[in-house]
Design a protein around this ligand. Structure first.
Ligand SMILES: Cc1ncc(C[n+]2csc(CCOP(=O)(O)OP(=O)(O)O)c2C)c(N)n1
Length: 650
């Protein structure tokens, strides 16, 4: 075995190294074919065209199979994650795990060796296969290196069909703007994709596209180890992002598979696999691996436990606005963020805080932070898909990452990017303003009324919808110190503070945000208004009006709709009437969540749900609220009807 991990220091590969790498390629080709034939599915074509690049990088980069998560390691990200057979074969042969385990159990239920690469496999940096996203994740790793002052390199491998994905051009520009040094992209130019020739499926000008975005480009033979080695060395010598355009052949090495798009995602039957092994001069071990596949796996996904980087941040000094003050929640978030950043700026051990912005700084109130820490504020333009993925990757590298945006873009536009961040155990903080009907006059294209419904599908994601500026302040400090992914939801309007019965701010000096805790703003025994977010004020006004009619309605505010306090909901149900109130689609938000808790607890209670029931028109938020009975009068009316209905047995 030739020693690996030598950092591309030597001027050239030695003949002994070349011979070693060539032999690695031969046996790895056999691994790819056997594992895909055994699984009867998978992607041999691209695996075989990218194979030399994988072997070269994992052999020469600064990686150590004994310490696959060492912080100083070079990051090798495979964005065309369907080439997992090639990745597993190479990592196995490089000593990250026994290659036989991957060959035998590829794509088998319970195994870590999934159809597309996942980071439960030692050596894999990011779950990919949603084409275009791996490159953004790689940019996130490169950005983390700049922010944290580390010295690793980032290599990202992609397919040529993958270049059609718009997210790649977003990332290209971001990488160029922030001069992400030692960031090298390699494109497997095998000129084929699922439906045939890449030029026919979608004509593109790959080299021109990269060059016009300011990347240094260089062509190379993707199957020639020495040429690849020299190209990588030259790229590393450049102090700017470089792309290597690697000319390759799909299914390289197997005469009857080469250059045929069919083998992008088709596997050889047994007899053809045996013939291919023969052509490679390898022993026919198909039957041996068939027997192994029937044996128990030793690398199971269930045994994989991701290690979250610790967050070391002080929460700063909470700020309480007085009973007579008004503020929008987004200003409170911006002020609290800057305060937290300021409180930690001088501490060398504090986790760095980064804000990613998509041309909305004045509206999403990240200006104070940008002034305070300009080197940690990244203006990324209107490129939300890339930014969402970069946020996820950055957050997984010991950087507390805030992605601030409008709800429609930060939630709806970027759902699959966040989903992949979650699959990668990342912990981005997504901060969305202008949510709900509160965005008002911008109209339905900008009314994000599904933030709970959409994000409830992201397992592990926290969703926080504060009631007023004071609760926003505390929630922001909680987010800054949390190592779990989260969405902070805010509207647009300036509003008064929620007050306790004694007239002081309900979320006052002694209040601490706790995820999953409900806020009993008003006690009451005749009915319960269970409300989410800034509509809490209307709910309190409704409760005050109802009291004058002799109906004592409690107001239970829920800031964490995905983590309901079951005891608080049961207590609300004990009144006999629950009216849920939300600036969100009724069918997927708070009301449904409350009903779910009641059903799970076996509690019978009349529930009426107020919220958005259709895509609304433009309009002043107060008028839109009135239309959907979400103003104080509408809430009071609904509660009174429900209470009367209950008493008369309706
Ligand atoms: C965003 C996205 N859209 C579609 C797919 C389905 N898909 C998987 S591979 C592939 C073709 C990729 O072509 P290329 O990058 O050239 O890879 P190669 O065929 O060389 O393996 C497609 C369309 C996907 N994985 N991700």
């Amino acid at each position: 075995m030739i020693e690996g991990g030598r950092n591309f220091m030597a001027p050239a590969l030695t003949p002994a190294e070349l011979a070693f790498l060539t032999e690695q390629a031969r046996v790895a080709r056999g691994d790819v074919l056997v594992m895909t034939t055994l699984a009867t599915c998978g992607h041999p074509g691209g695996s075989l065209s990218s194979l030399e690049m994988y072997i070269l990088l994992w052999h020469c980069a600064n990686v150590n199979p004994a310490e696959p998560r060492n912080e100083t390691r070079d990051r090798i990200v495979v964005s065309h994650g369907h080439t997992s057979p090639g990745v597993y074969a190479v990592l196995g042969r490089r000593g990250f795990f026994p290659v036989a385990e991957a060959v035998a159990h590829f794509r088998q239920t319970g195994s870590v060796f999934a159809g597309h690469v996942e980071q439960c496999v030692p050596g894999v940096e990011w779950d990919t296969g949603n084409l275009g996203q791996g490159f953004s994740a790689a940019a996130g790793f490169a950005l983390a290196r700049e922010v944290r002052g580390l010295a690793y390199r980032v290599f990202c491998l992609m397919g040529d069909g993958e270049q059609q994905k718009g997210q790649i051009s977003e990332t290209r520009r971001i990488a160029k703007k922030f001069v992400l040094k030692n960031f090298i992209a390699l494109i497997d130019l095998n000129q084929l994709q699922i439906n045939g020739a890449t030029a026919t499926v979608m004509p593109q000008h790959i080299r021109d596209n990269w060059a016009s975005d300011g990347w240094h480009t260089r062509e190379v033979d993707g199957h020639d180890f020495q040429a690849l080695y020299q190209a990588v060395r030259a790229a590393l010598a450049h102090n700017e992002p470089t792309v290597l355009l690697a000319n390759t052949v799909m299914s390289k090495g197997i005469s009857f598979m080469e250059g045929d798009a069919h083998w992008h995602g088709a596997t050889l039957p047994d007899d053809k696999c045996r013939a291919a092994l023969k052509e490679l001069g390898l022993p026919d071990e198909l039957d041996k691996y068939k027997a192994l596949r029937a044996q128990p796996q030793t690398m199971r996904m269930a045994d994989y436990h991701p290690a979250h980087p610790a967050i070391t941040l002080a929460g700063g000094t909470p700020r309480t606005l007085g009973a007579s003050e008004k503020s929008d929640c987004r200003s409170a978030w911006g002020t609290a963020l800057a305060d937290v950043a300021g409180a930690n700026l001088a501490d060398p051990l504090a986790t760095p805080i980064v804000v990613l912005d998509c041309d909305l700084k004045p509206s999403v109130k990240t200006g104070d932070f940008a002034k305070l820490a300009p080197q940690r504020f990244f203006q990324c333009g209107i490129q939300e898909h890339s930014v969402a993925t970069i946020a996820g990757a950055l957050s997984s590298c010991g950087v507390q990452t805030f992605f601030a945006d409008f709800g429609v873009f930060g939630v709806d536009e970027t759902y699959n990017q966040h989903r992949l961040s979650i699959l990668n155990d990342a912990s981005p903080k997504i901060v969305c303003t202008h949510c709900g009907l509160d965005v008002g006059e911008d109209g339905k294209t900008h009314q994000c009324v599904d933030y709970v419904g959409v994000f409830r599908n992201l397992l592990g994601m926290q969703v926080i919808v504060p009631a007023d500026a004071n609760q926003t302040d505390r929630a922001t400090r909680y987010l800054a110190t949390s190592n779990r992914p989260a969405l902070l939801v805010m509207g647009r309007s300036k509003l008064p503070m929620v007050l306790a019965q004694d007239g002081t701010p309900f979320f006052g000096d002694n209040y601490t945000f706790r995820y999953g805790a409900a806020d009993l703003v008003r006690p009451g025994t005749d009915a319960a208004i269970v409300v989410m977010g800034a509509l809490c004020l209307n709910a309190v006004s409704a409760a005050d009006a109802l009291e004058k009619e002799g109906i004592r309605a409690q107001v239970l505010h829920i800031a964490t709709p995905l983590a309901l306090d079951a005891d608080a909901i049961k207590a609300a149900a004990a009144t006999g009437v629950i009216v849920t109130v939300e600036d969100h689609l009724v069918r997927s938000g708070l009301g449904i969540s409350v009903a779910e808790v009641l059903a799970q607890q076996g509690v019978a209670c009349s529930v009426r749900m107020l919220g958005v029931t259709q895509y609304a028109s433009s309009g002043v938020p107060a008028e839109l609220y009135k239309e959907y009975h979400l103003d104080a009068a509408g809430i009071a009316r609904t509660v009174a009807e429900a209470v009367r209905g209950r008493k008369s047995g309706i």
